[in-house]
Write a protein that binds this ligand. Sequence first.
Ligand code: SF4
Length: 304
Amino acid sequence: MTVETAVQDSVAEPVQLKAKDFKGKVDPDWCKGCGDFGVLNCLQKACADLGLRPHEILTVSGIGCSSNFPGYFNSYGMHTLHGRALAVATGAQLANHELTVLVTGGDGDGFGIGGNHFTHTARRNVDLTYLVMDNQIYGLTTGQVSPTSRLEMKTKSTPFGSVELPINPITAAIMNGATFVARGFSGDAKHLTLITKQAIEHKGFALIDIFSPCVTFNHDNDYPFFKPRVKKLEDEEHDPSDWKSACEKAMVWGDTIYTGLFFQKKGQPSLSELEPVLDEGGPLARRSLELSQDQSQMIIERMM
Ligand code: SF4
């Protein structure tokens, strides 16, 4: 085989990557048994199954245990400010709308500090996948009440039990205009991988709220709590185009807690599809700035 033939063959048949090819250079420092390991494994497998390549993906996070994710995942990555991952990801997605944009973080980062960005990213239908590792507590700061902690839950910051009602990320996302809203469980890898693939393939804002137990600081909502309760919506013949049914199913919390795809609205244009500047000419990041050598040099010097 000549070199030219080998090159042609490699162009015609790109190598199918495996989950291990999406392993980052740094090993996770999460506690043994943390639910975030399951989410990381599922995302790596989902990206391999979808035939994605690391240079086609950007992973953005805020602050928290789960927000260390970009370091553990092989793709472009940005570890940003507390609660600001969705805002940064929106800018990145508009700058290069050909990227597959993933946002990873926790319930405190996303629904507390970043709650405003959650609302606006959903209503703008930004084409990205938001994986929230929802452990119902602030883990990195050693166990304080979070926006999804259950009523009466005792934590370091609520020693007599929380007096605040938790938010419901599923109904909140639907009411804010999200076009793909799902819930997963890190203890069911096969199902979570399937949902993750569906979310990445969806054109528009996709939320997966994932029960990802904090085995160190939340002993109320742990694996033994979720395992007997989680039931897949797929087994209930739920219709994801029916938002009313989706909200009713999302409110169920007791002996049964649903996972799966609650709501999907197909065909709604995403922000980058509606933005007239992006109509022609490809991604902004690849367009010429049409600057002279002197102008480019001046900008570089100012920024360095
Ligand atoms: Fe996971 Fe909780 Fe440990 Fe953080 S503190 S790594 S969330 S188990």
